[in-house]
Ligand binder design. Sequence first.
Ligand code: ADP
Ligand code: MG
Length: 761
Amino acid sequence: MTRPKLDDDLAVVTGAKTAKALKSGLGLATVDDLLRHYPRRYLDPGDLTDLDALTIGEHVTVLAQVVSVKTRRTADGRPQKGQKGKRPRTITEAVISDGRGRLTIVYFNQAWRESQLVPGRRGLFAGTVSAFGGARQLAHPRYALLPDDESGDWQLDDDEDATSAAGSAQREAMARLIIPIYPATGAMPSWRIEQAVRLALDAVGGIDDPIPGDVLDQRGYPSLDMALHDVHRPVDLAQADHARARLRFEEAFGLQVVLAQRRRALDALTAVARPTRDDGILAAFDARLPFTLTEAQRRVGREIASDLAREHPMHRLLQGDVGSGKTLVALRAMLQAVDSGSQAVLLAPTEVLAQQHHRTITRLLGSLADQGLLGGEEKATRVALLTGSQGATRRRRELLDIASGEAGIVVGTHALLEENVDFADLGLVVVDEQHRFGVEQRAALTMRGTGADTAARQARPHVLVMTATPIPRTVAMTVFGDLDVSVLDEPPPGRGVIATHVVVPREKPGHLARAWQRVREEVAAGRRVYVVCPRIGDDAPASEDEVEEGQGPTTSSVVDVVAELRERILPDLRVGMVHGRLPAEEKEDALRRFALPAEDPDGIDVLVSTTVIEVGVDVPTASTMIILDADRFGISQLHQLRGRVARGGDDGLCLLVTNAEADSPARERLEAVASTTDGFVLARVDAEARREGDILGTSQSGRRRSLKLLEVIRDEDVVVDARTAAMAVVDEDPQLTGMPALRDLVRRIDDDERAEFLEKG
Ligand code: ADP
Ligand code: MG
């Protein structure tokens, strides 16, 4: 018989029945899945579990001793008052204890259990904790009793045969004293998983190690074979830890090998060099810039400029907190592309942002954006705009200008520009406000340069990805490991300071009224105010632009708040609204009027909105933001939102209105946001508070699947070490020809990600 392989169906080692239960309960399909289903923790029978710490509804496995047992007989089979079904004929109750707490376990119509649950016997009990008469209990738990004496047999509950192979595996495991506790379900308790794992470990025998021997030796890590054995069946906890360290390293290593290979593949691509020149549109733009660049902008600008001058495509991530001046950096890069006779495109995540970028860039360029117009400058170019809502005529004209090369800069939404837009010669793709990591960026990478000559046709455009969500270093290494990273870590001078306060109307009713009073004062002083709500409130299905999941009808909505402000609270002010379901012209119109000078009769004083204004919206006179039901938003979202105020040099105010309980996690989040304006500090708080998968974003579910032990933030040193090792391995053998097991690992990671990429569409 040939030995089962890791890719084989589980049924090969466990039999069909167990395989089915493992699949349906825990999603484990292959031998590899099972062996990678690591224990959640280990029980050392010397350490008794604290029975007092059990939570109702939790599925638990506890190690305890039987204290007492009794069986009651009830009136035979009579229906019970107020209850459906028959009353049990017998009720067997045992009290078990771990030396500290006590717990009742109960069985109906299984009086024979009394003979097994002898007081004094110890064992593992598994079941779901429920409440009965104010006390905690396990109803019908499964159990395995420890032997009475050294030579004794394990006594399993009725489903198991103590003399079977499985039974003996369990005996042995328990005799070793360390008991692995697996993530389990009611139908598949921990010790049955343990049995299945044992069968799998014995069956597969030698396993090829994906990590090269010298990499392991340098770090003193065990082989995969040994690590899998030790993680599941350790002799002591130190052995388990050692095994886990190796498996954790393996996760980081596999991922870094994938990224190192991708990087190499990118390096092999060609691009057309787009070097700077000192007599072009960029130079003209710099010369008339009304302010001086920050040192950070200058440094990052140099990094990008030299990337663009190379004959390999740039793949650079530009990180910078809200308001750090990324747009300007991006525009200067785009002008460099234009200077070399090519085109640059800026992809924005929403229509509102695309329109705003178009306005900002046109304004910043001034007469340099007047190409083709009467009185336009010689070095000028045209800035085209492509959005889903524009009319067919405008769209046709823009497409024509893009195809002819007339438009040097093109701004549009991600969605639109990923379709077939014909560029005369696309030199640079800038992807703005990338918080949905990964997917869009990869889509952008597939955009082709479409130059007239063959060389340019095969060449790829340079790519710059921008994000205002600060990404901790190791997450960047993991998620964007195939990109170079630049950081804008210095705000432009003359920014105002934003004070943030948490307002809790339920606790201090007067504070909200005071907030509206403050709004009036700000407006009277010529400033603008945002009011942000978690819901739109017109009850139509949510659009892409909004985050609206799980919003109950009691949370504030734009529609309701606008009505209330206009009628009751601020009847003397001009209140407007913007949200993702308004027609594009109305959105644009509201933002335009909000940006008008205070004395303009057409202006809006207070803009009520959803998170559509979260990124990029830039109205320098906006001084104050009131976020209603602020607990509905995440840390980075609040930070982004708040970044919309104090952009003109005056100080700003942000009020986070909430009725979340004091000391609740939601309140702590809000307090954290109120306590600092440093986006990187908040990103770390955020990352630590959330699960790993959430940091990587929903688009990273595939990567999350392959990361079981590794926690990207906590395990920074592992990630860094694995990256070094991976780069050396890939440099030496780029195709991994000599390392079939590593090739398999890489293929699995790639497959997972591809599957998820296709799901995303
Ligand atoms: P980000 O996109 O990084 O949030 P922006 O690019 O929108 O930030 O810049 C925020 C504001 O700061 C804009 O009004 C921009 O014109 C201005 N700005 C950018 N760089 C400078 C600078 N070096 N000096 C003064 N103001 C700047
Ligand atoms: Mg921006």
